[in-house]
Write a protein that binds this ligand. Structure first.
Ligand code: DCT
Ligand code: MG
Length: 459
C-alpha cells in the first residue's frame, strides 16, 4: 500500500484519541502490528501522538519511519515488500529502541546504525565486508531464473518444501515463504550443490535454510512435520481418535462437505495424478465443454502446462470467444458431470470480478473469476498408460481433483499466465513487476503503479 505518493501529513489520523497538535512535521511514523499486537500498537500510537508525533495507521507514501517490534529482519522485509515498501524508498525501518528512546526524549532522535533493521537480501547483495563476495549470478526473482524440470538438488528441496508446508500448516507464512524461496533457488541450479560454501553467494537463502541444508536436518524435520500436520487432525488425535472409522462414527465431529469428500476419496486424491491421467481428464472436460458451449476451448494449466509429469490435481482454463459467455458455463458443466455420474464433489465459486475494484495489492488474494473445485471420477480404461493390475479389483475408476477457471475473454491472457504458475513464480513475477518495473500485476491485468492505468487493456 505504498502506492500513494502524496506527502500530506494528516493532523490527526484514524485511531487517535483526540486532536493532538503535530509538532514534528517531517516525521511520520508507522508501527507494524505484526508481532507487536493490536492493543500495544494502539497504545504506542496514542503515546506518540500525545507527544506531538504524526502516526499513520496505514503504510502510505508519507511514512518516513517504520517501527517494528519482535519481527525477524527477513520476515519483516518480506512483509514490507509485500505491502509495497522496498529498500529503494528512503523510509527508515527501525527497531522499537529508536521509538522508545524518542518517546523518552520527547522528540524524534537522529537515527543511528544500531536502530536500523537492514534488509538481509540487500545486505547480501551489497555487503562491504573486507573480503568482497562475488556477485551472485542467480537472480533473486524466480521469473528471471531459467528453471528446468531437472532438479539437481532434490534432496535439499524436498526437505525445504516439507518445512515450508509445516510452516504453512502452523500459520507461519513468513518462514513458509522463505523456505519456498530457498527451494526455488536451489531448483534453478544446473548442478548439485557439492559443498555448503557454494550456498554463500546464492540469493534468498536465509540463515535457517542454510543451516538446515548444512546439517541435513531430515529426520528431525520430518518428525516435526508429521507431528504437527493439520490442526484439525492434531485436535482429533489429542482426543484419542486414531482411525477413519473412529472419526466418522464420533457424534461430536461434524465434517464439512469438503472434509467428507476428502475422507471418502482420501486414498485416491492423496496419490499423485500422472500426465496420462491428466490427458484423459482433459478429454472428459473437453467433451463436457463441447456439450455446453461448442465454441469454448479448454487448456490445461498448472504444473502439467509447465511440463511436470505428476501433480496433485489437474487445472484447466476455459476460453470463451465472446465476452459474457463465461457466465453460467461452470454450473452447466457441473450439471453435465453430475448427469454423467462422474461428479463426486463440487464447490462452485461465482465470479466476483469487478475491474473497478482492482488492482488488488495482496499477493495471496484469490482472483475473482468464475471457478470450481471438483472431484471427478476418471475411468481407468480411459487412461492410456501401462499400469499394475488392480489387485483388489474393487472399482474401475479413480477420484481426481480438478480445478476449472472461466475468465472473461478480455482477461484470458492474464488468467492463463497466473494459472500456469508456479505459485512462487507468480509471486516473484508480481514482485519483479512492482519493484523493478513500477507495475502492478495480478491474474486480471497489468497496471501502471503510479497512474493505476491498465496496460494493454485490449489483451
Ligand atoms: N493459481 C492462481 N490463482 C488461484 C489458484 C491457483 O493463480 N486462485 C495458480 C497458482 C498455480 C496454478 O494456479 C495451479 O495451482 P496448483 O494446482 O495449486 O499448483 P500446481 O503448480 O499445478 O501444482 P500441482 O502440480 O501440485 O497441482
Ligand atoms: Mg495443479
Amino acid at each position: 500500500m505504498f502506492e500513494s505518493p502524496k506527502r500530506r501529513r494528516p493532523e490527526v489520523t484514524s485511531g487517535s484519541r483526540g486532536h493532538e497538535e503535530v509538532k514534528f512535521r517531517d516525521v511520520t511514523l508507522y508501527l507494524v502490528e505484526r508481532r507487536m499486537g493490536k492493543s500495544r500498537r494502539t497504545f504506542l500510537s496514542n503515546l506518540a501522538r500525545s507527544k506531538g508525533f504524526c502516526v499513520d495507521d496505514s503504510l502510505s507514501g508519507g511514512v518516513t519511519h517504520v517501527v517494528s517490534e519482535g519481527n525477524a529482519a527477513q520476515d519483516l522485509w518480506m512483509w514490507l515488500e509485500d505491502h509495497g515498501l522496498s529498500e529503494a524508498h528512503d523510509t527508515h525501518v527501525l527497531t522499537i529502541s529508536w521509538f522508545t528512546e524518542s518517546m523518552s526524549a520527547g522528540r524524534p532522535l537522529p537515527v543511528e546504525m544500531r536502530h536500523h533493521i537492514q534488509n538481509p537480501a540487500v545486505e547480501q547483495r551489497s555487503s562491504s565486508s573486507p573480503a568482497p563476495k562475488p556477485v551472485s549470478t542467480v537472480s533473486p526473482f524466480a521469473c528471471q531464473r531459467r528453471t528446468t524440470l531437472d532438479n539437481h538438488n532434490k534432496n535439499f528441496t524436498d526437505l525445504l518444501e516439507v518445512l515450508a508446508e509445516n510452516m504453512e500448516l502452523s500459520g507461519n507464512q513468513g518462514p513458509c515463504l522463505a523456505f519456498r524461496r530457498a527451494a526455488s533457488v536451489l531448483k534453478s541450479l544446473n548442478t548439485a550443490l557439492r559443498h555448503p560454501e557454494e550456498m554463500k553467494h546464492l540469493p534468498c537463502l536465509g540463515e535457517h535454510s542454510k543451516a538446515i541444508i548444512e546439517v541435513e536436518y531430515l529426520s528431525l524435520s520430518l518428525s516435526l512435520y508429521l507431528s504437527s500436520a493439520l490442526r484439525t487432525s492434531e485436535n482429533w488425535f489429542s482426543r484419542g481418535l486414531r482411525t477413519l472409522e473412529q472419526i466418522l462414527s464420533d457424534p461430536t465431529i461434524r465434517l464439512n462437505r469438503m472434509q467428507t469428500a476428502g475422507f471418502l476419496f482420501y486414498d485416491d486424491i492423496s496419490r499423485p495424478v500422472s500426465r496420462a491421467e491428466a490427458e484423459a481428464m482433459k478429454v472428459l472436460v473437453e467433451d463436457a465443454v463441447k456439450r455446453v458451449n461448442p465454441s469454448a476451448r479448454v487448456c490445461i494449466t498448472g504444473g502439467f502446462r509447465r511440463g511436470k509429469d505428476f501433480g496433485h490435481d489437474v487445472d484447466f482454463i476455459i476460453r470463451t470467444p465472446e465476452p459474457g459467455q463465461e457466465d453460467g458455463l461452470l454450473p452447466a458443466l457441473i450439471d453435465w458431470f453430475r448427469r454423467q455420474n462422474v461428479l463426486l464433489y463440487a464447490d462452485l465459486q461465482e465470479s466476483t470480478f469487478d475491474l473497478g475494484k482492482l488492482p488488488s495489492r495482496r499477493f495471496e488474494s484469490m482472483d475473482h473469476f468464475h471457478k470450481c473445485f471438483l472431484i471427478v471420477k476418471l475411468k481407468r480404461d480411459d487412461v492410456c498408460e501401462e499400469r499394475e493390475r488392480d489387485e483388489d479389483g474393487r472399482r474401475d475408476w479413480r477420484a481426481i481433483r480438478v480445478d476449472l477457471v472461466a475468465p472473461p475473454i478480455e482477461r484470458y491472457a492474464y488468467a492463463l499466465l497466473g494459472w500456469t504458475g508456479s505459485t512462487l513464480f507468480d509471486r516473484d513475477l508480481r514482485r519483479f513487476a512492482r519493484l523493478e518495473r513500477g507495475k502492478l500485476l495480478d491474474n486480471h491485468a497489468l497496471y501502471d503503479k503510479a497512474t493505476k492505468a491498465k496496460e494493454n487493456s485490449s489483451m
